[in-house]
Design a protein around this ligand. Structure first.
Ligand SMILES: Cc1ncc(COP(=O)(O)O)c(C=O)c1O
Length: 412
């Protein structure tokens, strides 16, 4: 039958003839189902959604206006291929301005990407042969690792633990793994832990990469969203970085532009060229009007600073609220994520073995949605991108969380 023969043709990498038949329910689907159950059980109560991984606000009006002007121009209508010079030059100005990185050549060391997600997948396509290893961090954003496996490579997961300030410990990686490794993925400020890196850590990573012939891919999706005296830090500001790797920046989180799909790879010219070659075989570039609107955004870093101040304020509110009800929350220095260790249970009530148990409890019993992480310790991730139109509404959300959890006592 037709349906059967299509099923048999599906590639092994996405399940082969078992594709679509698995009964395993993945994390985000479980959250979705729990939300639906909770809404059915408490139709009059609104879900407080702390699980979303993207900004709640629109892009800046100047950025939107630039797009609308540029979208109607004849010269912007066609394929952009590997990108336009105006955007690359804006990247060079931006990196100097915000991160103090002043040694970037626009023509050879910058290439745009239709978001950082495909850039991460393409980085694996550019480097991984069967048997090669990508060193990934867990918990984390898995795209480069997934593509590595699809290409016949292997993933080695480095746990991010509280006792190491959520930084990977390179000494712990077995020698035989390091020998096969080609790519080292880092992401600071980190999703989901909210941890930040410092120059000393990047220096250590560069030394490790040099000694072991690795390419560092630093995912800087949240790099500009920092607060409390921690300044945006680029891996490229550390001497020697450009010799061993690249950084991937995105406009998604820094500029409330997730749907616009705009990011860039910057750093080592050979890595950038390899990426560009792969990209050329995957897509034909982002719409030039979006690239020009993005260049406008990069020339206005105050847009991001305002957003960072908002997240900082919300983190303060949320940390205070969660601590008051007996959880142990600590404000991060960057990102919009708050990573909170789970309690063992509720006094006289439910026990939690895993973060998933706790997250399910919060959704089903309290209508508060979070994302659970059980990869390296049990934590739930709250995101301060919850819906609130202004500071008054933010306070109201906090009061509501307090009310919903006022009758429980957590045990650790
Ligand atoms: C760590 C990290 N990297 C990359 C991305 C992808 O961002 P985008 O493809 O929108 O640039 C995300 C999105 O959630 C992320 O959390």
């Amino acid at each position: 039958m037709a349906e059967n023969y299509v099923q048999k043709l599906i590639a092994e990498r996405i399940g082969g003839d078992q594709f679509g038949k698995s009964t395993v329910i993945y994390k985000f689907e479980k959250i979705k189902r729990a939300k639906a159950e909770a809404i059915a059980a408490y139709p009059d109560l609104e879900i407080i959604d702390m699980g979303v991984g993207e900004p709640d606000a629109c892009a800046d009006s100047g950025v939107v206006k630039t797009l609308s002007v540029e979208a109607s121009k004849w010269e912007n209508r066609n394929y952009a291929d590997n990108g336009i010079a105006e955007f690359k030059e804006a990247v060079v100005r931006y990196l100097d301005n915000v991160y103090g990185v002043s040694n970037i050549d626009a023509a050879t060391e910058v290439n745009h990407s239709i978001g950082s997600k495909p850039a991460l997948a393409m980085m694996a396509q550019a480097f991984i042969n069967p048997g090669d290893v990508a060193l990934m961090t867990v918990p984390g954003y898995p795209i480069m690792g997934t593509m590595t496996k699809w290409l016949g490579g292997e993933v080695y997961n480095m746990p991010l633990l509280a006792e190491n300030k959520f930084l990977p410990d390179f000494e712990e990686i077995p020698h035989k793994i390091v020998k096969k490794a080609k790519l080292l993925y880092l992401n600071y400020p980190n999703n989901p832990t909210g941890a930040v890196a410092n120059k000393a850590f990047f220096k250590k990573a560069i030394k490790f990469a040099k000694e072991n012939n690795l390419v560092i891919v630093h995912d800087a999706a949240y790099a500009a969203l920092t607060f409390d005296g921690y300044k945006p830090l680029s891996f490229l500001s550390v001497p020697g970085a450009k010799k061993v790797g690249v950084e991937i920046h995105s406009l998604s989180k820094a500029y409330n532009m997730t749907g616009w799909r705009m990011a860039y790879v910057v750093g080592n010219p050979k890595v950038v060229a390899a990426f560009a070659s792969v990209k050329d075989n995957n897509d034909s570039g982002q719409f030039k009007a979006i690239q020009l609107a993005s260049a406008y955004a990069l020339d206005h870093p105050e847009i991001t600073e305002e957003t960072a101040a908002k997240y900082s304020r919300r983190h303060d509110l949320l940390v205070a609220t969660l601590n008051k009800i007996g959880l142990k929350a600590e404000k991060p220095k960057g990102s919009f994520y708050l990573y909170v260790a789970i309690p063992k249970g509720v006094k006289g009530g439910q026990r939690f073995q895993t973060a998933e148990d706790f997250s399910q409890y919060l959704i089903k019993e309290k209508m508060i949605s979070t994302v659970p992480w059980d990869d390296a310790g049990a934590y739930v991730r709250f995101s301060v991108t919850f819906l609130a139109a202004n500071e008054f509404e933010e306070q109201e959300v906090m009061k509501e969380i307090g009310r919903r959890l006022s009758d429980v006592k957590f045990e650790f």
